[in-house]
Design a protein around this ligand. Structure first.
Ligand SMILES: CC(C)(COP(=O)(O)OP(=O)(O)OC[C@H]1O[C@@H](n2cnc3c(N)ncnc32)[C@H](O)[C@@H]1OP(=O)(O)O)[C@@H](O)C(=O)NCCC(=O)NCCS
Length: 190
């Protein structure tokens, strides 16, 4: 069983453990064809399945991302360990209204920090469909380096793999600044 945490706060979001009451939201995300387009497609699993699953869940695969402004859930994220991954795999899915505002980067960065606290001896990994440009941009910003292509019998065959040891992963200071930050800097320099 993974050590639970209460919540993690970023500038715009709160990441918390899921509960069985999150089943409707998790079901909607996991069955959204557009959100899951480059993640292997909709799960096809029912709300009942997720309610039962979440009531027995002992890992961090389904964490809820809430908007700090509204308090409503705006996405899922997770750290996959144990039977799901020998390492610690990071994932983020946000509802479409919240794309393109830097939130994906914000949540992934917070997850990397959480992973370093909870699993310092593990390697942080990520997998992405080669066509998933936003995901690849975030992975690069997290400081993960290419680790070849996934070879498997499942949907992720041919996806790109990335990794970085958590204990020695580059700190936030060495990460590439966000587009907004780069624009701010440019303004300062003019
Ligand atoms: C991946 C995802 C979480 C990114 O969320 P987001 O909040 O839009 O990400 P950010 O705003 O932090 O943007 C990250 C980078 O992707 C780039 N980006 C965003 N949308 C893009 C697009 N359609 N094409 C190319 N690049 C894009 C951004 O420009 C940014 O890079 P930059 O700062 O260097 O300009 C979101 O698109 C999503 O939920 N997708 C569906 C699920 C998924 O594929 N998850 C990833 C695998 S776990």
């Amino acid at each position: 069983m993974v050590k639970p945490f209460s919540y993690v706060t970023t500038v715009n979001a709160r990441i918390r453990m899921s509960t069985p009451d999150d089943a409707p939201f998790v079901t909607a995300i996991e069955n959204d064809a557009e959100l899951k387009q480059l993640l292997g497609g909709p799960s096809g699993k029912s709300q009942e399945f997720y309610r039962t699953f979440l009531s027995a869940s002992e890992d961090l695969r389904f964490l809820i991302v809430e908007s700090l402004a509204s308090g409503f859930p705006i996405g899922l994220c997770g750290l996959l360990t144990g039977s799901l991954s020998d390492d610690c795999e990071v994932r983020v899915i946000l509802t479409k209204d919240f794309w393109g505002r830097g939130l994906g980067t914000e949540v992934a960065t917070a997850l990397k920090k959480l992973a370093a606290e909870l699993f310092p001896s593990k390697v942080l990994t990520a997998k992405a469909h080669p066509g998933n440009a936003p995901s690849l941009a975030i992975i690069s910003r997290l400081g993960l380096v290419p680790d070849g292509a996934v070879s498997s019998d499942s949907r992720d065959n041919g996806w790109l793999a990335f990794r970085a040891p958590l204990a020695t992963a580059p700190s936030n200071q060495t990460m590439r600044p966000t587009a907004a930050r780069r624009r701010e800097r440019l303004k300062d320099e003019l």
